[in-house]
Design a protein around this ligand. Structure first.
Ligand code: NAI
Ligand code: MG
Length: 411
């Protein structure tokens, strides 16, 4: 039903979030479909074990049971897709859920709730509640909720995590990132530039796994930065519903303000602004600001100091920080010098270097010669402050199950 109503869902997503309609059609909707299809296959594969315990005459087995009522809170960057990441495993495990979309983007989740009813999911199993952080907090605090699943800022994640620590609710958290993307000297540079561009500017930089810290070996640094700046300068910024748009606005005035203040901090602290840096002027005319278009130019900074704010904090907008390095060991250490650990990437033609870095980088996902790949069967989540637990596949499903051990004396 998501597939059959894909055009409508894509349009709702574009209207709500501002993202290019094309992007919603080729990414958000089909990925949502894939997620439900994947988890639709799990229910008949959820089973326990018979355990060879040492007691005589004892049958010992485990049952996998639904964890119960889930409180699921999602952000605004991929509202429909994040709804599917939350709903699909919960339903496959046999849970009921209360899903709260972000206040900026409630429409696609509401429509998904209607489709769930039309699809025959019994009323009361999937509940969609709109509201802001206060509503989210009420859900987190509610005694009837057994399991919390949250995607959003690290700040709110810490708060929800500490509440779950007190109430001992089950918990998964998918939080922020400042993901390092490393171009080694032996990389296919054209592919690396193209991929690194996508890694940061996809969804206007509003992706938890955005490749926002780009490390380039000193000898190639200037060439790579100028190729990226060139691409950024040619990118067509515009409204989501305009088919010519390549980079949509950020989600809200608040988010634009947050992104622009990071750009100011970059300038103030001495990062070098190579391209962009302001509210974009759209269509060669006056800025569409007054029409509610929260545009930000695709921006590239260079920096040599890893401690700058723009090099350490999640910006969640179209802002890249490029940083030069000398050696592989050095860049691995600098890449890991962050509170976050959601994703990391390496561009190289060397198998050895690829897998050396894949083992050295402390991140939940490592991309080799690609960026941002996801699959409903491949675990996704963060090391360190990027989260707790994993979504997708068996591990994602397990987060919605309790294990019960049954002991039965037979003799
Ligand atoms: P946020 O974390 O405040 O909002 C995400 C969701 O949490 C929304 O549904 C919101 O209503 C809810 N929420 C807010 N406060 C809550 C609370 N105290 N208890 C329960 N639920 C609560 O994120 P926000 O303010 O929209 O964006 C701030 C920054 O967070 C962004 O600039 C970005 O850095 C990061 N972020 C990361 C995301 C990711 O995918 N990891 C997604 C969205 C934001
Ligand atoms: Mg917030």
């Amino acid at each position: 039903m998501v597939e059959a109503n894909g055009d409508e869902l894509a349009e709702l997503e574009s209207l709500d979030n501002g993202k290019p309609l094309k992007l919603a059609k080729v990414v958000d909707v089909p990925e949502t479909v894939a997620h439900f299809r994947h988890f639709a296959g799990w229910p008949e594969r959820v089973y326990g074990d018979v355990l060879p315990v040492h007691q005589d005459g004892m049958l010992c087995y485990t049952r996998k049971e639904p964890v119960g009522v889930c409180g699921q809170i999602i952000p605004w960057n991929f509202s429909l897709l994040m709804a599917s990441w939350k709903l699909a495993p919960a339903l496959a495990a046999g849970c009921t859920t209360v899903l709260k979309p972000a206040e900026q983007t409630p429409l696609s989740a509401l429509r998904l709730g209607e489709l769930a009813l039309e699809a025959g999911i019994p009323p009361g199993v999937v509940n969609v509640v709109t509201g802001d952080g206060e509503t989210g907090a009420a859900l987190v605090d509610h005694e009837g909720v057994d399991k919390l699943a949250f995607t959003g800022s690290t700040e709110v994640g810490r708060e929800i995590g500490s509440k779950a620590g007190r109430s001992l609710k089950r918990l998964t958290l998918e939080l922020g990132g400042k993901s390092p993307n490393i171009i080694l000297p032996d990389a296919d540079l054209d592919a690396a530039v193209k991929g690194s561009f996508q890694a940061i500017y996809f969804n206007t930089g509003q992706a938890c796994n955005a490749g926002s810290r780009l490390f380039v070996q000193r000898d190639q640094f200037d060439d790579v930065v100028s190729a990226l700046a060139d691409r950024a300068g040619k990118t067509r910024v515009g409204p989501g519903l305009d088919p010519a748009t390549q980079l949509g606005p950020v989600v809200s005035a608040e988010q634009r303000q947050r992104v622009l203040s990071y750009i100011d901090a970059g300038r103030d602290q001495g990062a070098e602004l190579v391209v962009g840096g302001g509210s974009a002027v759209v269509g060669g005319g006056p800025s569409l600001e007054s029409d509610g278009g929260y545009f930000v130019e695709p921006t590239v900074f260079t920096a040599t100091d890893d401690s700058l704010k723009v090099a350490r904090e999640e910006i969640f907008g179209p802002v890249l920080v490029a940083i030069p390095y000398e050696s592989l060991e050095e860049v691995a250490a600098r890449a890991n010098d962050t509170d976050y650990g959601l994703a990391a990437g390496v561009w190289t033609r060397s198998l050895t270097n690829a897998h050396r870095l894949a083992s050295l980088l402390k991140a939940g996902s490592v991309y080799v010669n690609c960026w941002g790949e996801v699959d409903p069967g491949a675990p996704f989540g963060g090391y360190k402050a990027s989260g707790v637990g994993r979504e997708h596949g068996r591990e994602g499903l397990e987060a919605y199950l309790e294990t019960k051990t049954v002991w039965a004396k037979l003799g």
